[in-house]
Design a protein around this ligand. Structure first.
Ligand SMILES: NC(=O)c1ccc[n+]([C@@H]2O[C@H](COP(=O)([O-])OP(=O)(O)OC[C@H]3O[C@@H](n4cnc5c(N)ncnc54)[C@H](O)[C@@H]3O)[C@@H](O)[C@H]2O)c1
Length: 331
């Protein structure tokens, strides 16, 4: 039987937890927000209600969703009082192992045995946290992305102990509230942050080596490969560019920068078999098997749409213009 989530709690109502609680409530599921104390939770819920009204006024939220936030989002008192009646409890306190361990232990002690418990940790392996809950079979990672009220992706991270039913419940729940859950393995940083942080670590090295300033790294990223990433993932991009091309590029970079740029057997074997991506009709993703003209048409439609969108977003360029420091005379 499918596990039904009819009442949820989010513990830690900060930047992420507040938005997550509002999203759950916006889908019509009663959600209680718990923070360090009742007054903090009340203030945060009030702020989320104001944010919801502003989003509604801007046309970025439907009347139904805004009304659901109003009706379903409440401020809690504490874990012991509010967690027992919930089927799903998400921990979203700051990224500190001891703090998360203590919070999860308190949640676990208060929760019904059948409740699904989750952590929104960005990088801590879920198996390290699962030692602090009584029922590891009901515990997993549910990693939302920032800003949580808009970005659809949620990484679902089971451990070796998580029961299949709890994983299915978390996936069904996130789908039902309008998110795009994706199951991934339990490693530090999971998939999203391991990729993001690899990019950031390399960006730091480029600046450190004097190759480019932070502003130049950002501009190159935005104006080149960053353009693609909302529509095409790295494997699809490689299939479009040519897997032999990517392998040759990696070989040059491996020679210069070492093992972190090494190819793997997945890419090597594809190239040896002549599976070079779109140009050979076989690659690492279904996109490689599509009609190249159709891929180009869809890709270009997306690029043109993105160009128009970027040009239409008011204030975007202002974010990149250095503002005078308070008291600084720029006249
Ligand atoms: N900020 C991001 O972009 C982002 C994105 C994805 C995931 N995350 C993860 O989400 C989690 C929360 O991050 P954040 O950015 O929302 O942090 P935050 O500092 O904005 O919010 C943390 C909240 O937890 C509350 N809190 C602290 N101790 C508590 C306790 N003992 N009991 C209850 N509440 C407590 C704080 O008062 C605060 O409201 C972290 O694990 C972080 O890594 C963050």
């Amino acid at each position: 039987m499918t596990y039904s989530i009819t009442r949820a709690a989010v513990v830690g109502g900060g930047y992420m937890g507040g938005g997550i609680a509002a999203e759950i409530a916006g889908a019509g599921i009663p959600c209680v927000l718990i923070d360090v104390d009742a007054a903090t939770a009340r203030a945060r819920v009030e702020q989320l209600r104001e944010e919801t009204a502003a989003m509604r006024a801007d046309g970025r939220l439907t009347v139904v969703r805004a009304a659901a936030v109003e009706a379903c989002l409440t401020a809690g008192t504490d874990i012991a009082a509010d967690v027992p009646g919930c089927d799903f409890v998400l921990e979203a306190v700051p990224e500190s192992l001891p703090l998360k361990a203590a919070t999860l232990a308190a949640i676990s002690a208060a929760a019904a045995p059948s409740a699904v418990l989750a952590s929104n940790t960005s990088t801590i392996p879920i198996s390290e946290l699962s030692a602090h809950v009584d029922r590891p079979e009901r515990f997993l990672g549910c990693h939302w992305m920032n800003p949580s009220r808009i970005v659809p992706g949620v990484e679902i991270v089971p451990t070796g102990d998580t029961a299949a039913e709890a994983v299915a419940a978390a996936e069904d729940f996130h789908t039902a509230i309008g998110k795009r859950p994706t199951r991934v393995g339990d490693v530090p940083g999971f998939v999203a942050n391991r990729l993001q942080h690899a990019l950031f670590a390399e960006a730091l090295r480029l600046v450190d080596e004097g190759v480019a300033s932070p502003g130049v790294v950002d501009e190159v990223t935005r104006s080149s490969f960053g353009y693609r990433l909302a529509a095409f993932g790295p494997f699809e991009v490689a299939d479009m560019a040519g897997l032999d091309v990517y392998r040759a590029c990696l070989a040059t970079e491996q020679e210069a920068y070492g093992e972190r740029f090494a190819s793997t057997s997945l890419l090597d074997e594809a190239v040896v078999r002549g599976h070079l991506g779109l140009k050979s009709g076989h690659g690492l993703t279904p996109l490689a098997e599509k009609d190249p003209a159709e891929v180009a048409r869809v890709r270009n439609a997306y690029f043109h749409g993105l160009s128009a969108l970027l040009a239409s977003v008011e204030g975007l360029e202002d974010l990149r213009t250095a503002a005078p420091h308070p008291g600084e005379d720029r006249t």
